[in-house]
Design a protein around this ligand. Structure first.
Ligand SMILES: Nc1ncnc2c1ncn2[C@@H]1O[C@H](COP(=O)(O)OP(=O)(O)OP(=O)(O)O)[C@@H](O)[C@H]1O
Length: 309
């Protein structure tokens, strides 16, 4: 049976008094895209560095493609990994192409691959310009280009869309999904929860060095049972009639603002609310249901309250 791309087995990492990662176990399937989220200081970067073999674990084991990160065979495995650190530092005096050729040499990838990769991230026209004159978004694209060199099997991206404009973010995820379709396994961190919540296969929430929850957005919603918000836009002057009808249902939180009623209700109450609204259809102009976002779930799982620094 082929080895899993990543197996983290009860791993802890301590820096002096700080327990950065605390008993984490995580298995990642081939071709999976994982979103790793957590408050500042939750341990995301430390977990990345452990999985990349850049730092040793205090205890536990990390295997990448079945190979222990502290074993002799890991050097060969590392060549098949692409990594974009949170801050991509490069040589400002070199052109984009020169920087990429340098990475190609380090990764033992033919320099001839650089043209295609630069074009893929939208930097073909800027290839001969010095990086000093690049915008933040262009630098980030260059960082992404070095990740793509050599078509890695396993890709780690730490806050990869920092500095990208909406079009850049769209292009970035489009490339990422193409790479994933070709079989790459991807682990990505982001503080922009709305951005990754629908784009990854599985979310892993880290809180103070531990995995607080993991699953798809739908699974996390089912585990946490947070209220949804139903916003009912009414025809003029119908607010109190609808409000009074809904107030007959126990346990709802209702707010009324002019011709809009907002109902906060648990999943099991939604149908009862909609039944009442159906009976008052002549008063209703529009209905929108807002499910809890990843941000709501994240806050529910400790979110910012777990912040250490
Ligand atoms: N080299 C180090 N020496 C000492 N403490 C460290 C070191 N690296 C990280 N830490 C501490 O370990 C904890 C986890 O840090 P880490 O950078 O992994 O968190 P993070 O989730 O990536 O945070 P952020 O979202 O702010 O980047 C923090 O308390 C941090 O201060």
């Amino acid at each position: 049976m082929a080895s899993l791309p990543i197996e983290v087995k009860n791993v802890s990492k301590r820096y002096g008094d700080v327990q950065a990662v605390d008993g984490v176990s995580l298995s990642v399937e081939r071709g999976e895209m994982i979103g790793l989220i957590g408050h500042n200081g939750a341990g995301k970067s430390t977990l990345f560095k452990l999985m990349l073999g850049l730092i040793p674990a205090t205890s536990g084991a990390v295997l990448v493609s079945g190979v222990p990160i502290d074993g002799r065979d890991f050097r060969a495995v590392r060549r098949r990994i692409g990594y974009l650190p949170e801050t991509f530092v490069t040589y400002d005096n070199l052109t984009g192409m020169e920087v990429l050729r340098l990475f190609a040499d380090l990764k033992q990838v033919p320099r001839s691959a650089c043209d295609d990769v630069l074009a893929r991230v939208g930097l073909a026209d800027a290839a001969k310009r010095r990086v000093r004159g690049y915008s933040k978004g262009m630098r980030q694209r260059l960082g992404f280009a070095q990740v793509l060199l050599g078509s890695p099997d396993l890709i780690f991206l730490d806050e990869p869309t920092n500095g990208l404009d909406p079009e850049g973010i769209h292009d970035f995820y489009q490339i990422l999904h193409e790479v994933k379709a070709q079989g790459a396994t991807i682990i990505i961190t982001s503080h922009i929860l709305a951005e990754i919540q629908e784009r990854v296969d599985r979310l892993v929430i880290l809180n103070s060095g531990r995995i607080a929850a993991q699953g798809t957005l739908a699974q996390l919603r089912a585990q946490m049972v947070l209220p949804s918000e139903i916003r009912i836009q009414l025809r003029s002057g119908q607010g109190s009639r609808v409000h009074d009808a809904l107030a007959s249902l126990a346990g709802l939180e209702l707010k009324i603002e002019q011709d809009c009623v907002r109902v906060s209700c648990l999943p099991g109450q939604k149908v009862a609310v909609l039944n009442i609204l159906a009976a008052l259809a002549d008063t209703v102009h529009d209905i929108a249901i807002h499910e809890p976002s990843l941000e709501d779930l994240f806050l529910g799982y400790g979110g910012l309250h777990g912040r250490k620094n």
